[in-house]
Design a protein around this ligand. Structure first.
Ligand code: GAL
Length: 629
């Protein structure tokens, strides 16, 4: 066993008082290499992400209360630019987007808040949170050293900062916002994506953040090289080895992913509570002091807010609070016990000297001792397969594989991350059969196949889907006609409609019949499909419904990826392949049902809804409505 070098937290540490923060009086929020220091007190922060537009305001107080009861002392949220600035200079802060109301709900619950202003957020949110209209402001390139982008980005972030200041919400004003973030990445990623234009933008974004004069520190996630004094933070499943890269910066974890988001067609991701607890315990064991669960409550991607392609409406994330606001057992409770145990260690952890003792090839002890005689130990078994009995200070301890034991007095284990002792019962949602209950309450609306109403335009060849819809809808009809004579078929071969698309999906109709569907599984959701078809002699009508399923939310130059068809042809004909790509194509943006807002509650009595005794099956392009009483 070998004792390693000690480090000493220089700040004089009075005993930490575990009092609720009382807001109203201005707080001084600073930091050093070990932790945040709020009004002269070191703080170990358990933070939990709850994104306000992913639930309804009526749910917010309960969600925040559940986080607090689960041991959180802070809530973290992104700010979602495209939900707020719906057109240049036109702002929206109502209902689910009432940011001030959300921050005040958190404040009134006595919790701190970390505000990640974005405005680029990724977050599985449509277009990464950046308004689609900005892509069409001439000359704009997102997230580079580009004047239109920088000027709109600066206007929005300054607007948000001023709004918070006006409401006295920064801790420096007596509010609960203790940390803020602008942009989602600096340095590394942006440089890798955009070269010097990315790096220059990152440096500019950092200097812009610092100039905002909020009186609270600025943080940055997932980069080791944010410019001083912005604090680098970690973003990952495990952050024990994260180095803040500066002797003056503390070790913070902005995104600890307790689960993952779901995409259509994939299984529902799951991260066991034991592993989440292990990661958190290791982080604090190795000197971390602010840890945030991304996300603690994921909620729902309402409307067309989901990013993509193909990210589901549910943003449940296997989070400690489920999509509906209910505690997820045993995850919520296991983490609550973990938080309690870590909080018992807070003073000694943040104010003590640390030493390391090896207890075996994959077994470690990190020990903290303070001047008042406090002693805290974390005993870790990082062997993912084998349990181990270790000896620490002449006592024996059983350490299950991949686990950390927490000893707030260096003797007694109060918590082991692999031993789930809390409630293990789970909430099961029971589906209710609407069909059986009230068959007479169904009504439907059938879309026209192809152009409904007046077409938008006719063009030779293809247009880009997103440039055409500007994301006002997911749907764009591409229709054309062509003729074949009676001798079109080549003996023994089947005619095939070939479609190449940049994504995301298509429903193909020939002469009003659905002949097949396909969706993107290639790079950036492109796809190629061949659909067997039967042509009729003479004129044939082809109607292709191109669909987007959430716009890209991250990655280099993601706003330029585009969608829609690039090639359409028919093969298997006697005269070879007929390329329809440069035909005359007639376009229609959106669906008729969308045009009439049939999905809105105030349209439930719209006469276009046709009552049915039973919901029809296998009918494409059909809107269904059922009412329950
Ligand atoms: C992170 C990103 C978040 C979110 C997360 C995955 O890298 O910062 O916004 O996208 O990945 O859920």
């Amino acid at each position: 066993m070998a004792a390693a070098a000690a480090s000493f937290a220089a700040l004089p540490c009075l005993l930490l008082l575990l009092l609720l923060p009382s807001f109203g009086a201005a707080s001084n929020v600073t930091y050093d290499h070990r932790s945040l220091i709020i009004d002269g007190r070191r703080r170990l922060v358990i933070s939990t992400s709850i994104h306000y537009p992913r639930s309804v305001p009526e749910m917010w107080p309960k969600l925040v209360a559940e986080a607090k009861d689960g041991g959180a002392d802070c809530i973290e949220t992104y700010v979602f630019w495209n939900g707020h600035e719906i057109a240049p200079g036109q702002y929206y802060f109502e209902d689910r987007f009432d940011l001030v109301r959300f921050v005040k709900v958190v404040r009134d619950a006595g919790l701190l808040l970390i505000l990640r202003i974005g405005p680029f957020v990724a977050a599985e949110w449509n277009f990464g949170g950046v308004p689609v209209w900005l892509h069409y402001v001439p000359g704009t390139v997102f997230r580079t050293n580009n004047e239109p982008f920088k000027s709109h980005m600066q206007s929005f972030t300054t607007y948000i900062v001023n709004m918070m200041k006006k409401e006295q919400l920064f801790a420096s004003q007596g509010g609960n916002i203790i940390l803020a973030q602008i942009e989602n990445e600096y340095g590394g990623y942006l440089e890798q994506y955009y070269g010097t234009a990315g790096k220059a933008y990152a440096m500019w974004a950092a200097s812009m953040a610092l100039a905002q004069n909020t009186g609270v520190p600025w943080i940055m996630c997932q980069q080791p090289d944010a410019p001083d004094p912005v604090i680098n933070t970690c973003n990952s499943f495990y952050c024990d080895n994260f180095q803040p890269n500066s002797p003056t910066k503390p070790k913070f974890w902005t995104e600890n992913w307790p689960g993952w988001f779901q995409t259509f067609g994939e299984s529902n991701p799951h991260r066991p509570p034991e592993d989440v607890a292990f990661a958190v315990a290791r982080f604090f064991e190795k000197g971390g002091s602010v840890q945030n669960y991304y996300v603690y409550h994921g909620g729902t991607n309402f409307g067309r807010t989901t990013g993509g392609p193909f990210i589901t409406t549910s943003y449940d994330y296997d989070a400690p609070i489920d999509e509906y606001g209910l505690r997820r057992f045993p995850k919520w409770a296991h983490l609550k016990e973990l938080h309690k145990s870590i909080k018992l260690c807070e003073h000694t952890l943040l104010c003590g000297n640390t030493s390391f003792v090896s207890l075996g090839p994959k077994q470690e002890a990190d020990i903290y001792t303070d001047q008042s005689g406090g002693c805290v130990a974390f005993l870790a078994n990082i062997d993912s397969d084998k349990d181990k009995v270790v000896t620490f200070r002449n006592r024996q301890y059983d350490l299950p594989a991949w686990s950390v034991s927490i000893l707030p007095d260096c003797k007694n284990v109060v918590f082991n991350t692999a031993k789930v002792q809390s409630q293990t019962s789970m909430v099961v949602m029971v589906p209710e059969s609407l069909q059986a209950a009230k068959p007479d309450r169904w009504s439907i609306f059938r879309e026209t196949t192809g152009i409904w109403g007046k077409n938008n335009f006719i063009r030779n060849g293809f247009v880009d889907h997103i440039n055409t819809t500007k994301d006002t809808t997911d749907y764009l009809w591409y229709t054309t006609s062509f003729s074949v004579d009676g001798s079109y078929s080549s003996k023994g071969t089947q005619a095939v409609l070939n479609i190449d698309s940049k994504g995301h999906g298509v429903h193909a109709f020939l002469n009003n019949e659905l002949i097949g569907s396909a969706y993107g599984n290639g790079s950036q959701s492109s796809f190629t499909v061949g659909l067997p078809i039967n042509l009729r002699t003479g004129k044939n009508d082809l109607a292709l419904l191109s669909m987007t399923v959430g716009l890209q939310n991250a990655g280099p130059s993601y706003e330029w990826i585009g969608a829609g068809f690039t090639n359409v042809s028919i093969s298997g004909l006697k005269n070879g392949v007929v390329d329809l790509s440069s035909n005359n194509w007639t376009y229609k943006i959106g669906l008729e049902g969308e045009y009439y807002s049939l999905f809105k509650p105030d349209q439930r009595s719209n006469k276009r809804w046709v009552p049915q005794s039973e919901p029809p099956k296998n009918q494409p392009l059909t809107w269904y409505k059922v009412s329950k009483c």
